[in-house]
Write a protein that binds this ligand. Sequence first.
Ligand SMILES: Nc1ncnc2c1ncn2[C@@H]1O[C@H](COP(=O)(O)OP(=O)(O)OP(=O)(O)O)[C@@H](O)[C@H]1O
Length: 357
Amino acid sequence: MAGLSFSNISKLFAGTPALNRINAEVAEGEFVALLGPSGCGKTTLLRLTAGFEVPDSGTITLGGQVLAGGGAFVAPEDRNIGIVFQSYALWPHKSVAGNVSYPLEVRRIPGPERKRRVAEALEITGLSAFADRAPAQLSGGQRQRVALARCLVADPRAVLLDEPLANLDLALRAAMQEAFAAFHRRTGATMLYVTHDQTEALALADRVAVMEGGRIRQFASPEALYDCPQDCFVAGFVGDGAVIALTATGTPVGGHILVQALGQQIEARCDSSVPTHICIRPEQVRIDPQGPIRARVSACTYQGGRFRLVLETDAETLVAHAPARARIGEEIRLSLHSPWAFHDPATPEILRVMQDA
Ligand SMILES: Nc1ncnc2c1ncn2[C@@H]1O[C@H](COP(=O)(O)OP(=O)(O)OP(=O)(O)O)[C@@H](O)[C@H]1O
């Protein structure tokens, strides 16, 4: 396996940028998810890595070898990159073992070694008992595991996965997420995984590149994206909660700052001296009869073991979790605990400094 590097990658379609100066390093053996809304450029970045498209500028390297850029271009078939598509792309007339064996037959790998490698790939993907079945006799999840085994058998330098679970129902997706995680643990493969499902990205990846409008907005661990988003897009796109503009700020001390929002002074975590917004996750909103913030319940939905409340304050909407059902229209009081204050690059700095901070 090998690490992937993207340096200043841009790609235009009919003059419109699909990717705009992408810079990212994927370490050898790392599982990276590309997450973002439809049209943000995820698939384009994957296709450039596979060699199905050529970048207009910038360089892509794999294990130090330039795949594209600076006049060089390695053809897709010479990149030794495994690809798993949403649509499985299995041969219907071949058995499971026949499908998995095919890339080795093309490379003229001798029979005994082929058999050994196929058996190993089927074992890793939990398919040993299905070796003689036809793809039509398998479930969607099993077919996707055949595609994974077929990609693995060729001993690729990196594995690209394009929304591989999009065609599966919810229960199967959860089971397949575990299968992918186990596959990654056992193979140590460098993986680039495209999805627009944040639950999937946060559950599976070592790091997630959140994309929007052809750019990477933030590239960080799932925990960092959730706890410390770096702009309003990431704060709103990843996880639940509210993103609120600040009206004044104090001076940060030791990673904390006093800010003004919701008509209150709130103590927030921060790593910026000039935050413009706070991101308030549901766990940071406490229903508290002595709390300083008044709100009215506008929605209450059961989420298995807890209720999700949508709460309207005078000017903003917050989300909280509660152990018991709340009545729509009910008035409650809230306190906030360690929300995250950040500087949104697209927002002008707040000039007003808090009087008593
Ligand atoms: N071959 C093409 N010709 C013209 N425009 C294209 C082509 N491929 C992609 N685009 C455009 O480039 C942008 C990025 O597309 P891309 O498929 O990479 O997005 P995506 O994030 O993978 O979206 P989705 O989640 O819907 O698959 C889109 O605006 C899309 O319309």
